[in-house]
Design a protein around this ligand. Structure first.
Ligand SMILES: Nc1ccn([C@@H]2O[C@H](COP(=O)(O)OP(=O)(O)OP(=O)(O)O)[C@@H](O)[C@H]2O)c(=O)n1
Ligand SMILES: C[C@](O)(CO)[C@H](O)COP(=O)(O)O
Length: 231
């Protein structure tokens, strides 16, 4: 039995605004993707990784990961969900004995190993689906189409969701087979087919690098971790 991680990395990074796909953008000389995949394989609980690459960059991405054993590359799709679906389709060949599947954004490349292990452990303990979460710290308001506040939402039960998200592999396959096409995260598809999604504690270091500001934050996180490694 093995754990396989799917890494959707086929996005263009429009909000980051650089000339290359976001996953290939370097932070201190190493790409987000290389850092993310090495983090998964180095966590000690992931045996295989399937990366969904920008379709026109498959060879570049394969070369980027050439030093990592058990990292496989497939062409991604137009939306994140399409990329995950394509990577999931490769699992039967790449890791036929997989019982747990993680889905992890290349853009969350500083995720602590302990958080990856927590997600895997929760699935192995019997949860069909697991997401790491953080409490919401801002006040949250609903606004109408005119930009007027209609409600202040009680934030106590709200959580911001990170990746890796972990699944019993049959549960994720069933969700992708029957839940329809678009969701902003993979657990959302499981929810749609009535599956129970459990939570574990997330971590601020698992931020999703989306904007130039996030990239600057990532540089700072890396500098801090290099000066006092915790994992
Ligand atoms: N068609 C897509 C779109 C996104 N992703 C991946 O999904 C993750 C989360 O998406 P996001 O952070 O929004 O990345 P981008 O889509 O690249 O960003 P943007 O929306 O700014 O273009 C990223 O690792 C991204 O590469 C993907 O594999 N396939
Ligand atoms: C999957 C995700 O990272 C969970 O927070 C997030 O939903 C991805 O959203 P994006 O709009 O594709 O960046």
């Amino acid at each position: 039995m093995s754990v396989v991680a799917l890494v959707p990395a086929a996005g263009r990074g429009v909000r980051l605004g650089l000339s290359r796909p976001k996953a290939l953008v370097p932070v201190k000389g190493e790409s987000l993707l290389l850092r993310a995949v090495r983090g998964l394989l180095g966590s000690g609980c992931v045996q295989h990784v399937v990366v969904a690459s920008p379709p026109d960059q498959v060879e570049v991405v394969a070369a980027e990961l050439a030093t990592l054993p058990n990292a496989h590359v497939v062409p991604g799709g137009a939306e994140r969900t399409d990329s995950v679906r394509l990577a999931l389709g490769a699992v039967a060949e790449v890791a036929p004995d997989a019982h747990v599947v993680l889905v992890h954004d290349a853009a969350r490349c500083f995720t602590p190993a302990s958080m990856i292990r927590d997600v895997v452990s929760a699935v192995e303990a019997g949860a069909p689906a697991v997401v790491p979460v953080l409490p919401v710290t801002d006040t949250i308001k609903k606004v109408d189409e005119l930009g007027v506040v209609v409600e202040t939402v009680d934030r106590a039960p709200l959580r911001a969701v990170q990746t890796p998200q972990g699944f019993n592999i049959d549960v994720l396959r069933q969700a992708y087979a029957s839940a329809g096409d678009i969701a902003t995260d993979d657990a959302g598809l499981v929810e749609r087919v009535g599956g129970k999604v459990h939570v574990v504690e997330g971590h601020p270091d698992a931020l999703k690098i989306t904007t130039a500001f996030d990239l600057a934050v990532a540089e700072a996180v890396l500098a801090a971790e290099e000066s006092s490694p915790s994992d």
